[in-house]
Design a protein around this ligand. Structure first.
Ligand SMILES: [Zn+2]
Length: 286
């Protein structure tokens, strides 16, 4: 039972391909922005979802921007949610700076230190582990790893060691590296392997590259530098929908941009696997 008042032409125009769709109401701000590899069927499922009835009731038209592939849809959606502030997208807490754990080699052994993205470029600095919203969250991760892997709280910088070692020695969660009962190298190897899975991948290129997606003869080149999405160059003029031209394609692309960019967590999450596993088509930026 559909009770919506959505412009039927805007519904009829929805394509079956990949891209981003925009629910629009009476306000200049979009109601909702989403992405799919099949825009039409995804929008229809929104219209049928009982828990989305309130949003659907406010919707007057639905616009879309097609992309040549899924990566383009993910990158565009992520950018548009940040810039366009849709009313019904889940409010993501704006993270002004990120933290990570850096393993530093000191004369005594490996020492983890919490670093802030305001001071350390996360995409270009090696030996970083984990991405956290605050120094507190990074320290909590270290503490949890200490418990799981019998590491020393004092070596990890989480407490000062007294003469009888860290508190972990007393409760037997530390194997005693702080009181000479365990070899520091063995302790550090355990620390290293505990962190290994969460290593932040260093941007593996000298500068900007294009991640290329094609659909038939249509080619889109998503320019990325230091895990930061800069824009998309498109072989056909967009948008193909009757909606007004999107500021997210075309003029948004200063594609000569080769300077290192600030690390972007959303782009990193979208791109890290396809790029590191080489499943994405990557070409030098041109
Ligand atoms: Zn200890």
């Amino acid at each position: 039972m559909l009770t919506h008042q959505i412009d039927p032409d805007s519904l009829a125009a929805l394509p079956r391909g990949a891209g981003v769709y925009i629910f629009r109401g009476d306000s200049p701000l979009p109601l909702y922005i989403g992405k799919s590899v099949d825009i039409r069927s995804r929008v229809m499922s929104h219209l049928r979802a009982p828990d989305e009835a309130r949003m659907v009731a406010q919707t007057r038209r639905i616009d879309f921007i097609e992309t040549a592939g899924e990566m383009g849809a993910l990158l565009l959606e992520s950018r548009m949610i940040k810039t366009d502030n849709p009313l019904f997208n889940q409010r993501l807490r704006r993270i002004r700076s990120l933290c990570s754990i850096r393993l530093v080699q000191s004369p005594a052994g490996l020492v983890p230190e919490v670093v802030d993205s305001k001071l350390v470029n996360l995409g270009t600095t090696p030996a970083l582990y984990g991405l956290f919203a605050s120094p507190h969250a990074a320290a909590a991760k270290l503490k949890a790893l200490a418990e799981q892997h019998s590491l020393c709280l004092s070596v990890l910088g989480l407490e000062k060691a007294g003469q009888r070692g860290c508190f972990g020695v007393q409760i037997k969660t530390c194997l005693g590296v702080c009181v000479g009962q365990e070899d520091r190298g063995i302790h550090d190897a355990r620390l290293f392997s505990a962190l290994c899975d969460s290593q932040v991948e260093v941007w593996p290129f000298a500068g900007a590259v294009d991640v290329v997606e094609t659909s038939g003869t249509w080619v889109q080149r998503h320019r990325v530098n230091n895990w930061c999405y800069l824009g998309t160059q498109c072989s056909r003029s967009l948008p193909s929908s009757p909606s007004p031209p999107s500021p997210h394609f075309g003029q948004a692309l200063a594609l000569s941009d080769a300077a290192p960019r600030e690390f972007d967590l959303d782009s990193y999450k979208i791109l890290v696997r396809p790029i590191m596993l080489k499943t994405a088509v990557v070409e030098p930026a041109r």
